[in-house]
Write a protein that binds this ligand. Structure first.
Ligand SMILES: Nc1ncnc2c1ncn2[C@@H]1O[C@H](COP(=O)(O)OP(=O)(O)OP(=O)(O)O)[C@@H](O)[C@H]1O
Ligand SMILES: [Mg+2]
Length: 254
């Protein structure tokens, strides 16, 4: 039965989508059966996996609003090595529509239940907010992967994310744990980045993944081709870093 992981941080542009897509591809490369759920109305993960948003028939919106079954929304983009539940801007409406439904925090968990046994890992790319969509991801998940860009404001907002995780753990999902924090877009020549990185290790110790994702132009280029970096430039530093992260992730989540 596939375990579910939310890739989340309400701060925008910290590498959530890049991490979800490339961790999914690296896990698939290691022979794992992987589903990526795009839970961000921006649909960046869908595009980054080669889904044309204009042609999406059934999306995460339909699944979360119980208008369609998860299995009917899931696609395997051409050439991809893992499955995708794609999203477009329709999902924006779910934020408001969910307010009026029963079990609104449990919609995603319930919807995905029947597809879980097909996968080893299910990764959810979350939007940059602590919204009802993110709450749905945290209620469904066993683990949380938190990408952190090591900058001045990196730690701001982290405490409200951790409080939300704790609240959901206590009230609804006792199995929920932080799997790990990933340092993204890291530039080792930058003093501040090193300083913030040390702070993270002091606060979170073993929860910080050893694997560091460097700033690497190949990681930024790959989405415009609709493919993960491993398919775009296998020997790039970005690709190697995400393979290392996947190995570490699998060791933690055995
Ligand atoms: N390690 C990296 N090296 C270079 N560029 C990167 C790296 N990681 C991410 N980027 C680029 O930085 C931008 C933001 O990354 P990404 O979309 O993954 O962040 P996000 O947290 O998902 O953003 P949002 O909050 O809008 O969903 C993108 O243009 C992406 O290509
Ligand atoms: Mg994103």
């Amino acid at each position: 039965m596939g375990n579910i992981f939310a890739v989340t941080n309400q701060k925008g542009g910290v590498g959530k989508t890049t991490t979800t897509v490339n961790l999914a591809a690296s896990l698939a490369e290691s022979g794992k059966k992987v589903l990526l759920i795009d839970l961000d109305p921006q649909g960046n993960a869908s595009t980054g996996c080669g889904v044309d948003k204009a042609t999406i028939d059934i999306s995460t919106y339909d699944v979360i609003m119980a208008k369609a079954k998860a299995a009917d929304a899931i696609v395997r983009p051409e050439g991809a090595t893992f499955d995708v539940m794609p999203t477009n801007s329709d999902l924006t409406a779910a934020e408001v529509e969910l307010l009026d439904v029963n079990l609104r925090e449990h919609r995603l968990r319930l919807a995905v239940e029947s597809s879980r046994d097909k996968y080893d890992y299910i990764l959810i790319d979350c939007p940059p907010s602590l919204s009802m969509l993110t709450i749905n991801a945290l209620v469904a998940a066993k683990g949380v992967v938190i990408p952190i860009q090591c900058e001045y404001y990196a730690l701001e907002g982290l405490s409200s994310l951790l409080k939300t995780i704790e609240r959901i753990k206590q009230r609804t999902n006792p199995a929920l744990e932080v799997t790990g924090l990933v340092r993204t877009m890291f530039d080792a020549r930058n003093n501040l980045a090193n300083q913030v990185s040390r702070q993270l290790i002091t606060h979170f110790e073993k929860k910080v993944f050893h694997s560091i994702i460097p700033r690497n132009v190949r990681l930024a280029e790959a989405p415009s081709h609709g493919i993960p970096v491993i398919s775009y430039d296998r020997s790039s530093r970005g690709s190697i870093a995400y393979m290392a992260l996947a190995s570490e992730f699998m060791r933690r989540e055995k």
